[in-house]
Design a protein around this ligand. Structure first.
Ligand SMILES: [Zn+2]
Length: 340
């Protein structure tokens, strides 16, 4: 009987000292396991006298209950303690300096394209798209570009196979839209175009924004109004704009549109590296749509007139940001891209 009391006290002492659940479990096994010390006492009851047996048996069972309750209490308190420590370890110190989040930015060409699209959308144009791999017909013939024209030279065009090319401009979208729809039309066609060219100012892949407007009674005055508004919104309302006669197969008459030099102004300054001293920068090509283009899509040229224009997005971005090598746009050098 003495021994039972001793075992109980020893077990309770060890339980109080247990520092974790593993230690606690080893105490449970030592006293209450199959070969535990209290269990062994129960097994030895047979060797006792009939009078002692029930007394000792009751005492051992009582001791087992006491030990089990103590084990459970200690387990609960160890778990609570562990939880407390975990919370303390995870506590956020709000006085620590924050981590800076690096925000991504849009590529300068994307920014320029978005700005150009926004201007025309506000002017009432809608967006149309066409395939980059294009039939020769839409890229050339449908635009009144005859078979012998220098722009059809295989040296400047990526030819996929007979009668199929990578489009060299976004103008084919003009023909595709006009074939399917009737005027009035006010459309812009932004997209990538491809030419066999590669140097500081030419890239084999670049972006154009094509636009055209067709309706009754559209005049060259409408062309000037729309394009002047576009260039003023793009480069600043105080900038001078001029129209120069030019030639394109799909427009007649045609005009190149210049904006005054962003650096030295329309007077021009000797040695200016942007305008070469001329005071003017070529920005876009434009003109009244040739009657032959209308005939090819089944419009009556006596009934409808319209104008078309095309502008290079890289060229605008280079001028706006003062970049002298087009290849910088495609090299993905973060030191360059982070400046925009
Ligand atoms: Zn200049």
């Amino acid at each position: 009987m003495e021994k039972i009391k001793q075992l109980q006290d020893e077990a309770l002492g060890l339980i109080r000292q247990a520092k974790d659940l593993a230690e606690l479990d080893s105490v449970r096994i030592r006293f209450l396991g199959k070969k535990g010390e209290l269990t062994e006492v129960l097994k030895s009851l047979g060797s006792l006298s009939p009078e002692e047996r029930p007394k000792v048996g009751a005492l051992v069972n009582e001791a087992k209950v006491v030990v089990e309750v103590a084990l459970n209490d200690q387990k609960v308190s160890l778990l609570a303690q562990a939880q407390k420590q975990k919370i303390a370890a995870e506590k956020i110190d709000i006085t620590l300096p924050g981590k800076g989040i690096k925000l991504g930015k849009l590529h300068p060409l994307t920014q320029t394209m978005e700005q150009a699209k926004d201007i025309f959308l506000r002017l009432g144009f809608e967006i149309a798209e066409g395939p980059e791999v294009e039939l020769e017909y839409y890229n050339f013939d449908g635009l009144n570009i005859p078979a012998h024209h220098p722009s059809r030279d295989v040296d400047s065009t990526f030819v996929i196979k007979d009668e199929v090319v990578m489009r060299t401009h976004t103008s084919p979208v003009q023909v595709r839209v006009m074939e399917k729809r009737q005027p009035p039309l006010a459309i812009i066609a932004p997209g990538r175009v491809f030419r066999r060219d590669y140097d500081a100012t030419h890239s084999p892949v670049f972006q154009q924004l094509e636009g055209f407007l067709v309706n009754k009674n559209i005049t060259f005055g409408d062309l000037k109004g729309v394009l002047t508004e576009f260039l003023r919104q793009m480069f600043g309302s105080e900038k001078k704009v001029r129209f120069r006669p030019s030639f394109f197969p799909f427009t007649e008459p045609s005009a190149e549109v210049d904006v005054e030099c962003l650096k030295c102004g329309s007077e021009g300054q000797k040695g200016c590296n942007i305008c070469k001293g001329t005071g003017w920068l070529e920005i876009l090509g434009s003109g009244m749509i040739d009657p032959n283009v209308f005939k090819a899509v089944g419009y009556d040229p006596e009934k409808y007139t319209g104008f078309a224009f095309g502008v290079g997005i890289e060229r605008i971005a280079m001028l706006k940001y003062g970049i002298d090598d087009i290849r910088l746009f495609y090299e993905n050098d973060l030191r360059f891209l982070e400046q925009f």
